[in-house]
Each structure stands twice: as C-alpha cells, then as structure tokens.
Design a protein around this ligand. Sequence first.
Ligand SMILES: *Cc1c(COP(=O)(O)O)cnc(C)c1O
Length: 393
Amino acid sequence: MDLRERWLEDELEKLRQQHLYREARAWPETGGRVRVDGRALLNFSSNDYLDLAHHPTVLAAAEHALRAGGAGATASRLVVGTLPLHEELEARLARLKGCPAALVFGSGYLANAGTVPALAGRGDTIFADRLAHASLVDAVLLSRAELLRFRHNDVGHLDELLSKCTGGGRKLVVTESVFSMDGDLAPLPELAAVAGRHGALLLVDEAHATGVFGPGGGGVIRELGLESAVNVSMGTLSKALGGYGGFVAVSARLREWLINRARAFIFSTALPPAMLGAALGALDVLEQQPGAGAELLRRAAAFRQKLQAAGLDTMASASQIIPILVGDNARALALAARLRAQGLLVVAIRPPTVPAGSARLRLSVTLAHTTAELDRAAELIVAAAREEALPNK
Ligand SMILES: *Cc1c(COP(=O)(O)O)cnc(C)c1O
C-alpha cells in the first residue's frame, strides 16, 4: 500500500462502522423494472419519473441528433460548442417554464454551480433552506458569499434573517420547489413575497418538479403563476425528462449575464448533440401527453395514502417522492435489504444526504409502475416495516 494513502483505509473503516459506507454498484439495466441476479425487481429508486429514459420518441430524437451532430459538441459554448440544437432547446425550455429565456448547462449540478456564484459573491449573503440540495450548498461555497441557512420551509425564520442583514451586499434566497429527499413542497408564494419585500433575488431548484408539476410539466412556479416573482427557475434534463443536462429559465438580461459570468457554463464543454436531442424528444412527449405529470401525482397520492393508513411516517411528502422515516442507519439498510428480497428495489438514504438520525427509505413512484404493482408494493412495504418493528407515526 502507498503509505501516503494509509489514512484512507482508516477513514473508510470508520464509515463502515457507522453504516455510512457507500458503493457505486453497477445495475445491468435501468428502467421501471431491473433484473438483478436473474430476478426482476420493481425499481423505486429511479428519478425517471415519467418513464422517458427508454421512450421511443426520446431515443429516436437522441439517435437522430447523434448521427447528425456527432458524439460531442467539440468545444465550450462560447468557443464553437453552441449548436442550433442548444438554441432550439433553450427556446423550448423557456416556453415550458413560461420565462423569457433559458440557458442550458452540462448538468443540473453545473447549472447551480454556475448560476449562484454569478449572482452573489464576496460581501453578499445567500439564504438557503436547511435542506437545500448539496449542489446548491456547493454553489454557495464556490461563490464565497456568506451563507445563512433558514429552518426548512420556515418563511418567518427567513424573514428574520433577511431583516437582520443590513449590509450593503446583494441578497439571494435559494430553495427547492419539491425537496429531493423529503418529497415535500416549499411555500413558494410566501417565500417569494418575503424575498421580494427585502429586495432579495430568488432561485428555485425545480429538479424534481420539472415535467411533473404544473401545466404540461412546467413546474410548481408555473402552477402557482410565480414566474415573474422568481428570478431563476432551475431545472434538470436528467430526472423526469429522462436524459442528462441542466438549465435555468430566467429573464433575457439575466441570461446575458450568465453567459458572461457563469464559470460552469463558460469553462466546460457544451452539452452533446445526443442529449440535446433526447431532451427535445422528451419535450415532444410532454406536449403530446400534457397530463402525464398529473397522472403520476394521482398514483403517488394513492400509494402514499396506503402507507400512511398503515401508520408509516411518510413525513410531509406531497409529490412522487415518498420517504419512509426509519431514523437509524443500520435499520434503514435492513429494511431496504428485506424489500430487495421481496422484489422491490428501494435505496436507504443516510447522512450526509439527510440529517443525522433521519435515515429513511426514499421511494419514487414513476409511470413505469402500474397501479396493481403499486398496490402490491404497498402491501409488501407495510408487512416488511412490521417485521422490522418500525415505529408507528
Ligand atoms: C439531482 C439534483 C440536482 C442536480 O441535477 P443533475 O442534473 O443530476 O446534476 C440539483 N438539484 C436537485 C434538487 C437535485 O435533486
């Protein structure tokens, strides 16, 4: 062993002992069902909410773009990497979000990493929901602005922090519309009002809302008519849209600023043709089936209702993301293993992804699940939770 790397072994052993060790294991296939060791598992861990990753329209559009445009964009956007497909996709995303403009990034992570530091820097203050996604937290660290965290979805606390902030710098509030690990919704109208009152910019991450909530999958901001109250409506192409890439929907002037200042946009190779094609194909499907998100939310609500009726703690879930609170790390792993043995692929989510003591199973309902499968899965989960003696809510 290279002596310089010896500390890694100690650190990894610590993780194992705390049941926090993680592995990136390969799954031989993806989709609503996965076959593992010859057994079919129903996949409750995918973010492919509308089952578009394998949709023929999406695949055909990706393939066409790949053949026509090549494997890569060959350069960053400001050099020669911007293709007509980027412009087409940005126009379509702006329309979907009801915003004047949009800008595509290499991923959702990069969209946040590029946008936040372009809006706030040294001497400025960023107010983030305590449960804001790691990509937003990393973006704040990159920005060098001061970070103040407000209690989850607590508008009063945000108001208080903003009131105390009397320095001259810019203020930026960042949150998610649908929280990735809790599946609950932010009180956006109230947040927007408070941010507006204090002259603070507002960025809302719609990674899990895009394609699912709002008219035609336009997101929660659109559903609530808050387009003009939110400065940055961030989304990803990698979840409900089934592909890869990220974007922000913004004003034309803000887009211009990001092109000039967002380092994650400027210093990274442009999103490749196949992914642009896939996203355009997914938007075609959304236009042909504008009710897909609403149907998903109906199925998820019925499923959640069954878990709740059996006394399971689904926290404040109000979306296709349904946590089952366990608490203890080892117990969450044991419950996940038990469900795996019964044909359900559910991943235990542990710290640091969620706060210590709140380990949970995170289930995502997708359109790949039939209602009969969901009914059966709910029964299996309730039975497994009893056997694992999960606390009742
Ligand atoms: C997944 C996710 C991201 C990052 O998006 P990618 O396209 O996967 O990089 C950002 N924010 C939230 C809330 C997410 O869940």
